[in-house]
Design a protein around this ligand. Sequence first.
Ligand code: NAD
Ligand code: DEZ
Length: 377
Amino acid sequence: MKILVDENMPYARELFSRTGNVLAVPGRPLPEAELADADGLMVRSVTKVNEALLAGKPVKFVGTATAGTDHIDEVWLQQAGIAFSAAPGCNAIAVVEYVFSSLLLLAERDGFQLRDRTVGIVGVGNVGGRLQKRLEAWGVKTVLCDPPRADRGDDGDFLSLDEVVKQADILTFHTPLFKDGPYKSWHLADLALLMALKPNTILINACRGPVVDNVALLEVLNMRSDLSVILDVWEPEPDLSLALLDKVDIATAHIAGYTLEGKARGTTQVFEAWSAFIGQPQQVPLSELLPTPEFSSITLQGALDQPTLKRLVHLVYDVRRDDAPLRKVAAQPGEFDRLRKQYEERREWSSLQVICNDRDAAEMLAKLGFDAHLQES
Ligand SMILES: NC(=O)c1ccc[n+]([C@@H]2O[C@H](COP(=O)([O-])OP(=O)(O)OC[C@H]3O[C@@H](n4cnc5c(N)ncnc54)[C@H](O)[C@@H]3O)[C@@H](O)[C@H]2O)c1
Ligand SMILES: O=C(O)[C@H](O)[C@H](O)COP(=O)(O)O
């Protein structure tokens, strides 16, 4: 059995080699000759998987260690009888923590309390839903837009996109990329939407670049200096607009989901699906794989206010570590992908044990996802 795995999938070699010969390869461009005798192909979002790549090849299973699946032609795979599995929700916590890291930074810079802002969440699935819970735990009002969920009759107060835009001080996008169909999300944020944003809105895109029309965004930013923008994803990638990069407040190279936990979950979810597919089902607990983090325990004295939360959040992950390198190298071909391949280890809040002497602080931090405990007296 030969299995090709993207070289940017931590733990893939050790797990997949339990079931066959593993070859780790770059995802963009993928060395196509290696597919000639491959049974399984495990990719990330940078590899387009379609008829052009796989027709006439022996590949029987495709896995993607990602939440998004817009790089996969699922209809063709089904017609061709090739099994497919993704990793829904694997990196949702990572994206939520990226958003908090960014918002706490802008809140400190601009001197506001998150609790005084209304956050509009567009796409309330694995990422958006977890973001809603953590924001509300911190006392922030959220307004939600998710037409597919509204149409399914899911519980929740879902508003139209126009209504959310009217109410939101912070507008954050967490939809899949659909180029057409009833829930088309391509250029969901177009010129009209961007012009309609309330004064001083913070706009965030950490889902897929083309959900926000990047040409229109640059045009609007040239007219409106009141807006703040956080972009993790770009239209197009990897050749993003340098003029736009210059205008945004926080800019990163599609790494919002790149915690070690998030990537490891992606690998294990796909490995579990593959091992079941070949009739050797195996479960892999994350605790078997993850190393001890650099900072594993800290003591917090007293109450938890926003500046303290920011310091804790930034101890685990400060988004500025990813913003500066992108600005430095974005003009050089290949550097966007290199930043992503050589990504420095990043952990989730749950990796930090926080011992508190204040009960409310311990309860709040636990709700937010830290490994928080009340100090024993
Ligand atoms: N930047 C990153 O590193 C990163 C990491 C993870 C996910 N993503 C992207 O973010 C997207 C969301 O991730 P997820 O795990 O929450 O996916 P998900 O499928 O769990 O949730 C997506 C939600 O969006 C809703 N939706 C679909 N079309 C919509 C539309 N037109 N308007 C409003 N809502 C719509 C769906 O009903 C669903 O509830 C992924 O599809 C992926 O493309 C990016
Ligand atoms: O959809 C996702 O899960 C993320 O956008 C994805 O993980 C980004 O990372 P990549 O697969 O490109 O390495």
